[in-house]
Design a protein around this ligand. Structure first.
Ligand SMILES: CCCCCCCCCC(=O)SCCNC(=O)CCNC(=O)[C@H](O)C(C)(C)COP(=O)(O)OP(=O)(O)OC[C@H]1O[C@@H](n2cnc3c(N)ncnc32)[C@H](O)[C@@H]1OP(=O)(O)O
Length: 164
């Protein structure tokens, strides 16, 4: 776990516009390439924010043909987690809201965008949206993240339990 956290700290660095951002770790539900249940999200720096193109598959179905709302929230939450790489240090979700404006469809590609709206002490107020190729928004979101030290994540690895 300590090695993972040390490696993770190095990910909070400067990324040029358009650069692909790192994953949180290999088994992250949002972006980890080795999580068989995961979304395998890939995020890019886009100006001062992040963007991603994402297609949900049948592992994340809710109503037939429609993505489960919790799966949508997972991906949005993780996209905010990628935005943190531009903020220079970790934070965690304290509040997450999603407005489901239209069904998110299995097999359809969406553009996701997330940005920091404002900073206040340890708090980051962020916002995101997912849009169809034609530009219609299917979800909008806001969230409050609270900055924490890297040591915050050591709570997730009690003795004898693998971190990933
Ligand atoms: C790169 C790192 C990302 C890692 C992977 C990303 C994956 C995607 C993101 C996630 O899934 S994160 C995991 C889910 N979230 C958590 O597990 C967080 C669980 N909650 C906590 O651990 C604590 O509640 C937390 C560290 C967030 C805050 O506890 P603290 O005791 O440190 O702070 P406190 O409760 O005093 O609140 C801090 C500030 O936020 C404010 N606050 C709290 N809730 C708020 C709210 N809803 N709206 C606005 N402000 C709020 C609160 O008033 C206060 O303001 P002030 O500093 O000005 O006094």
């Amino acid at each position: 776990m300590q090695a993972l956290l040390a490696m993770w700290a190095e990910k909070f660095t400067v990324y040029p516009d358009g650069a692909e951002l790192p994953t949180h770790h290999d088994h992250c539900l949002g972006c980890g390439p080795n999580n068989p249940h995961g979304h395998h999200l890939r995020a890019l720096r886009h100006g001062d924010g992040v963007q991603a193109w994402h297609t949900f598959d049948n592992r994340h179905v809710g109503a037939p043909g429609i993505v489960h709302g919790g799966a949508v929230a997972t991906v949005v939450d993780d996209l905010y987690g990628c935005l943190l790489f531009l903020e220079g240090g970790p934070a965690v979700t304290r509040q997450l809201t999603i407005e489901y404006l239209a069904p998110v469809l299995i097999g359809a590609e969406y553009r996701l965008q997330a940005d920091v709206v404002r900073r206040e002490g340890r708090k980051l107020f962020v916002a995101a949206r997912a849009t169809e190729p034609a530009g219609r928004a299917v979800i909008t979101s806001t969230a409050v993240f609270v900055k924490v030290s890297v040591e915050h994540f050591a709570q997730g690895s009690p003795p004898g339990v693998p971190a990933d």
